[in-house]
Write a protein of this length. Structure first.
Length: 202
């Protein structure tokens, strides 16, 4: 409301470049409220009852920096991801929709494995549980265990699984939460995410 009044009562009549810059700052402040630094306000709004609308507010936001230890004890951070497309999955072993969509995520990892794409799975379970799961079922992402703090940082509060795609400039371009538990789950997630990755690679 204040920004609207500022626009119509002051900036437009003055046609002043400095005022225009102030306007941009004003509206950028509003947009930042919908980003990762303010998850609580974003998901406590009335729109939180509509996950797709709420997650759309994260699109265009700069993703949080990542400094994590993989399940194989390899340490990496956001510098290792500079200029790359990053596909992120938040999951845990007892989550039925998480497990149901894994074949579709594996299909993505196979299809784009020789391209400029990194696949990260942030698992809520501890390392032994994830390693035991991987013995029974392949999941072709790089795995970060005990990832609840990362889930909090990435605003994963609407449900598991949550999938994100981050572009080469570190901005979120895809966000989806929840999933199916039937045999259509792998195709469903693949067909939602593959076109986004393909578009970014062009």
């Amino acid at each position: 409301m204040l920004c609207d009044q500022f626009l119509y009562r002051i900036i437009i009549p003055m046609k002043c470049p400095i005022m225009i810059l102030l306007l941009l700052f004003c509206f950028s402040g509003v947009s930042q409220k919908a980003c990762f630094s303010d998850c609580s306000k974003l998901f406590s709004s009335p729109r939180a009852a509509h996950p797709d609308s709420t997650l759309n507010d994260l699109k265009g936001c700069t993703a949080p920096e990542i400094r994590a230890l993989r399940i194989d004890d390899f340490a990496f951070d956001s510098k290792d991801l500079d200029g790359k497309i990053v596909v992120i999955n938040f999951w845990y072993a007892a989550c039925k929709p998480c497990v149901a969509e894994i074949p579709g995520l594996n299909r993505l990892a196979e299809e784009f494995k020789n391209q400029n794409v990194v696949f990260l799975a942030f698992g809520r379970d501890d390392p032994p549980a994830i390693l035991e799961f991987l013995k029974q079922r392949p999941f072709l992402f790089q795995h970060i265990p005990k990832a609840q703090p990362w889930a909090d940082k990435f605003c994963v509060v609407l449900g598991w699984p949550t999938n994100l795609i981050i572009d080469q400039k570190g901005r979120v371009v895809f966000a989806a939460s929840g999933g199916r538990t039937d045999e259509k789950a792998p195709d469903a997630i693949y067909h939602r995410m593959a076109p986004v990755i393909q578009r970014l690679l062009k």
